[in-house]
Design a protein around this ligand. Structure first.
Ligand code: SER
Ligand code: ZN
Length: 516
């Protein structure tokens, strides 16, 4: 895609520019155009692609410059290169540069399809899109230019173009394995059956269930299976990951790019002074209504959100560290709390909830170790689903969870920067979803996943390994609601129809409540 940058900026000096200085500046411009801006540009690149000063005007206290470029020594990079180049020249005449005033910054892109969503940002004053040519009129300061805002806007627009091109194609899905069909004797909706038997009841919040003793017995049985058959034999150690995730973590994990529509946001009080809050309680006392608007005035944030993907909040534990070779692969898991997603509205069963329970398994090491652990997990899960749960299941390569959660489109290429090692690891980056057949709706339910996340997290959280090889990581989320939904949908709620081990682990159902 052809891109042009056009910039007009003034360099302000702290004193008047003499005629002699003018000549020296003109010489510096000439040098910049002929040599300085060409530095680092690969041979064979068309000169029109390389940044140039195409015009200038020197007045009493300023040097106004026009820059034009393609994608090499972009106009704004040329500006800073020139500033550095001309500063010592001005210095010899006892002049200093006081500041930079960005007067005009245009980006023109060709080949932009109609229907691309142009970002609505304070940096974009206006835009036009005609005959596939997009022109952006930017409103930027020199600090924005130093912060590479134009380059990021360009990347963002390229991302939006990809979204337009791939938008209709849906997410990636490629079958890896399918079990044999299992007997399909039970055909009812397990959620409805669980509600009928008071195993679960709706919580007061959206997409939330209160799990009665029988439901928890099943959860704990499944946890036990995961612990005994997967987590312990493979040597994972239990940790407790925080369940409030601040922006700092989501900035490093990539979620800050696009998880916003699904977050449960968390706010903090502006102060914990009871006097500051007295009005709120008083209002409630006399009206019986919680004054939400009044509360909004008295809180800060949001500072982040409730746990969403579970593994990101592990990473600050190792952030900035170098891990010793002998400790690798590091293998941990967390089952200490809920995850929360603002799901689409409407009536859903326990398979689609705003508050859910998951065992999150995380490992990190070299690329080979990471891929090897994923393979071991796949084997262990395979055994559990075949031999213990006797499920009808399948697994498929899908859009990597981290891309889906960042709202990135799946172009079929994961953003993996490390070349595959001996194991062809680069090819293996991504997510495998496990799905179970639901006879009552003749559909398939994703009930857990295993992912090789490449170097994304170690890079994001600046984690290295002693050998200096690239550090990789993986994670696997075992959704307890989803396991329950899948298991009960296939086996029914009567334990007579359940495989022996599950029956044993669940034990006699605890009937505690008698509703009259
Ligand atoms: N963190 C992964 C996910 O959110 C696995 O649980 O899908
Ligand atoms: Zn994870």
């Amino acid at each position: 895609m052809s891109v042009r940058f056009s910039l007009t900026a003034g360099l302000f000096t702290n004193n008047e520019i003499s005629d002699e200085t003018k000549l020296a500046v003109e010489k510096a411009i000439e040098e910049a155009n002929t040599t300085l801006f060409r530095k680092g540009v690969p041979r064979g690149v068309d000169v029109t692609e390389v940044g140039q000063i195409t015009g200038f005007h020197i007045s009493k206290n300023s040097i106004e410059l026009n820059f034009e470029s393609g994608t090499y020594t972009r106009a704004h990079d040329a500006l800073f290169r020139f500033k550095k180049h001309v500063a010592p020249v001005l210095g010899t005449y006892r002049l200093g540069i006081r500041g930079i005033d960005v007067k005009k910054f245009h980006i023109t892109m060709a080949g932009v399809p109609d229907g691309v969503r142009i970002p609505n940002l304070p940096f974009i004053k206006s835009h036009t899109l005609a005959d596939g040519e997009l022109t952006l009129d930017l409103k930027v300061t020199s600090a924005d230019l130093e912060n590479k805002v134009p380059d990021r806007i360009l990347n963002l627009i390229e991302e939006k173009i990809q979204a337009t091109n791939y938008g209709g194609k849906g997410e990636h899905w490629e079958l890896v394995f399918a079990s044999a069909q299992k007997p399909r004797s039970f055909t009812r909706d397990p959620t409805e059956e669980m509600v009928k038997r008071n195993w679960i009841r709706h919580g007061a919040s959206r997409g939330q269930w209160i799990h009665g003793p029988q439901s928890v017995q099943l959860f704990r049985a499944f946890e036990q299976i995961v612990l005994e058959r997967i987590i312990r034999p493979l040597g994972f150690a239990e940790m407790i990951f925080p369940k409030l995730t601040p922006w700092e973590v989501w900035m490093r994990s990539g979620h800050a790019k696009g998880v916003y529509p699904e977050i449960y946001y968390v706010c903090t009080p502006k102060t914990r002074d009871p006097v500051f809050w007295e009005d709120v309680g008083d209002y409630y006392k006399v009206t019986g209504i919680v004054p939400v608007e009044m509360i909004r005035e008295k809180i800060d944030g949001p500072i982040g959100g409730l746990c969403y993907a579970q593994c990101p909040s592990f990473w600050p534990f190792v952030q900035g560290e170098t891990l010793g070779t002998a400790s690798l692969p590091v293998k941990v898991f967390d089952r200490s709390g809920t995850s929360h997603r603002y799901e689409s509205g409407g009536i859903h069963g326990i398979e689609r909830v705003d508050e859910f329970h998951r065992i999150e398994i995380v490992w990190l090491g070299t690329a080979e170790q990471t891929v090897d652990m994923a393979d071991k997990l796949h084997d262990a899960y395979h055994q559990v689903f075949e031999e213990i749960l006797e499920l009808e299941w399948r697994c498929a390569r899908v859009t990597p969870w981290f891309m889906a959660q960042e709202g990135m489109v799946d172009t079929g290429k994961t953003p993996q920067t490390v070349e595959g090692g001996a194991c062809g690891c680069g090819e293996r980056v991504g997510t495998t979803d496990y799905e179970a057949y639901l006879p009552y709706s003749d559909s398939w339910l994703e009930f857990q996943n295993v992912s090789i996340n490449g170097d994304k997290y170690p890079k994001g959280f600046n984690v290295k390994i002693q050998s200096n090889e690239p550090c990789w990581s993986g994670c696997s989320g075992v959704g307890l609601e989803r396991w329950t939904a899948a298991f009960l949908a296939q086996k029914g709620l009567d334990s007579d129809g359940w495989p022996d081990m599950v029956k044993q682990l669940v034990g006699e159902p605890e009937e505690i409540f008698r509703f009259m």
